[in-house]
Design a binder for this molecule. Structure first.
Ligand code: NAG
Ligand code: NAG
Ligand code: NAG
Ligand code: NAG
Length: 374
């Protein structure tokens, strides 16, 4: 039995060893396998991680590149914008310079216009002042010395001449007044080429300054030595009352001047004469331009004195033939003497026939008309 037991103990030990060895064997084989398994797993995982990281790296590389491209594009754009801005700036500067010079130019032209306006105003002022001066002197002189008949004589002469000339002068021509109303002192074209800025008048005394006669105005010499009335009617009538209050011997002048418009064609003639109509003592100087195809020009200068007009002293009438042609007139007619309250008059009239050259008007016709007037 013991043996048997020994035998069984021995087999048990064998079994123990065997299982120990077996276990050791298992351990010895299992660990490396496990290790192998684990390390394979780790490798797979890290490779995965590496792959994802490198792909992320590639992605960010790509981003970097695109950022760089964008940056470059922006830089280009900026450079272009910069140059466009600077060119715009230049344009603006140029425009500014142009604007400035335009502005300066405008300023200059405005300034010159201002000067013109100032000139006109100054001229108007002085014209107004002259007119005022005349009017004041006229009123003064009229109050002081003018005979009551003085103005009524001019009224009478005007109405008489304007009714008698048209009906008594054969082929009477009613010329035009075409000057401007503000400064009307001539006839630009009286129609049918009669005048080219003619029938301009000046009056003066002795060596004094000539006074321009403006149509339809009444004047008085500021010193009160004469009054004058000018009517651009039909015919044209100018009348000057020579007051000459102190009775000194003097000359009173009328000058008619301008372009006749006859351009040198036709003829001219001077005549003088005198007549007595009732108590009216008349001396005349007649100037005519005739024989051109234009209307004739008939200028009658005449003095009228009469006890009815308060005239005293003596006077004579003269003319100066200074132009000697039919292009222009420069007709100076003057009254000299110590007379007082004498009228020195000028009438412009005309004749015209479209079919023939204008005829010379005989002194007898003119005298007949003057007789009819008085
Ligand atoms: C450059 O100009 C363009 C138009 O030409 C404009 O659209 C853009 O905003 C500008 N860029 C910059 C940076 O000024
Ligand atoms: C002068 O006055 C008259 C009548 O008052 C007028 O008919 C005529 O047109 C005026 N003439 C001028 C040139 O102003
Ligand atoms: C006009 O005639 C006068 C003489 O009466 C003369 O002194 C003057 O110089 C002449 N004027 C012109 C512009 O011919
Ligand atoms: C108010 C007045 O007389 N105005 C005149 C000033 O002068 C200019 C030219 O000289 C005329 O055209 C105006 O009528």
């Amino acid at each position: 039995m013991i043996r048997e037991t020994n035998k069984s103990v021995q087999s048990n030990r064998k079994l123990m060893w065997m299982s120990l060895i077996f276990t050791l064997l298992i351990f010895a084989a299992g660990f490396p396998a496990l290790y192998f398994l684990i390390s394979a797993k780790v490798e797979v995982e890290s490779r995965k991680a590496i792959n994802s990281y490198s792909s992320r790296l590639t992605g960010s590389n790509n981003n970097m590149e695109s950022i760089q491209t964008t940056l470059t594009a922006l830089k280009d754009q900026l450079a272009r914008n910069l140059s466009s801005v600077s060119s715009k700036l230049e344009t603006l500067e140029q425009q500014h310079t142009n604007d400035q010079s335009t502005l300066q130019h405008n300023m200059l032209s405005l300034e010159s216009k201002l000067f013109d306006v100032q000139d006109i105003l100054q001229h108007n002022m002085s014209t107004m002042e002259t007119k005022l001066l005349y009017l004041q002197a006229y009123i003064r002189a009229e109050k002081l010395t003018c005979p009551v008949e003085s103005l009524s004589f001019v009224d009478f002469l005007l109405s008489s001449a304007s009714s008698i000339f048209p009906r008594s002068l054969p082929n009477y021509y009613r010329f035009n007044y075409d000057g401007n109303n503000n400064c009307n002192y001539g006839i630009s074209d009286g129609g049918h080429d009669m005048y080219d800025n003619g029938n301009k008048l000046q009056v003066w005394r002795n060596n004094e300054q000539p006074v321009q006669v403006i149509y339809n105005w009444t004047y008085s010499d500021p010193l009160g030595n004469f009054l004058m009335i000018c009517k651009a009617w039909h015919p044209f009538v100018f009348s000057m009352l020579v007051l000459n209050r102190d009775g000194e011997s003097r000359q009173y002048y009328i000058r008619e001047y301008g372009d006749l418009g006859a351009d040198g064609s036709g003829s001219y003639r001077w005549n003088t004469g005198s007549l007595l109509v009732g108590s009216f003592n008349i001396h005349y100087v007649l100037y005519q331009v005739y024989g051109a195809s234009d209307p004739s020009i008939i200028q009658i200068f005449f003095t009228v004195s009469s006890p009815l007009l308060g005239s005293t002293g003596h006077s004579s009438l003269h003319y100066v033939d200074s132009n000697k042609g039919t292009g222009y007139t420069n007709n100076t007619v003057y009254m000299s003497g110590n007379a007082h309250n004498v009228y020195l008059n000028y009438i412009l009239t005309s004749t015209y026939q479209s079919s023939s050259r204008s005829a010379y008007v005989a002194t007898s016709t003119v005298e007949a008309i003057l007789r009819e007037i008085f």
